[in-house]
Design a protein around this ligand. Structure first.
Ligand SMILES: [Fe+2]
Ligand SMILES: [Fe+2]
Length: 131
């Protein structure tokens, strides 16, 4: 899968969060490779559900940090996280129905959404708490 590599623009300065972001990007890329390789339905579904669970945990951890910091952007940020999970849930339905037809476009969308979200939205918060 042709995707951006890890770069300093993705570093938030919180070791745990940075590791989670790195892992999430890795999981989405792996999933893309599996889909490209024509992996069978259950394999793709397992990888997708694993990624979804990991994303949900990451979002919870991040939202907890935001809550602890009493950040006024929390509500909006929660809405953005829900958007990702909703879109990924869409892909899950597609994979369950027909893995060969499941959209690589949705996966690309998710990856770009995530990279963009980290660089723009997560950064807003992590830059704030560093000062
Ligand atoms: Fe994040
Ligand atoms: Fe976030």
């Amino acid at each position: 899968m042709n995707t951006p590599d890890w770069s300093s623009t993705l570093t938030m300065g919180n070791a745990e969060i940075d590791e989670q972001h790195r892992m999430l990007i890795h999981m989405i890329r792996e999933l893309g490779d599996q889909m490209e390789a024509g992996e069978h339905r259950q394999g793709v579904l397992d990888a997708l559900q694993g990624m979804l669970a990991y994303a949900a945990t990451h979002f919870e951890d991040e939202e907890e940090l935001m809550e602890e910091a009493d950040w006024d952007g929390l509500d909006r940020h929660e809405g953005l996280h829900a958007e990702f999970l909703w879109k990924a849930g869409d892909l899950e339905v597609q994979v369950k129905e027909d893995v060969a037809q499941a959209s690589r476009e949705v996966l690309k969308y998710l990856l770009h959404w995530l990279v963009d979200h980290i660089q723009v939205e997560d950064r807003k918060f992590f830059e704030r708490v560093r000062h």
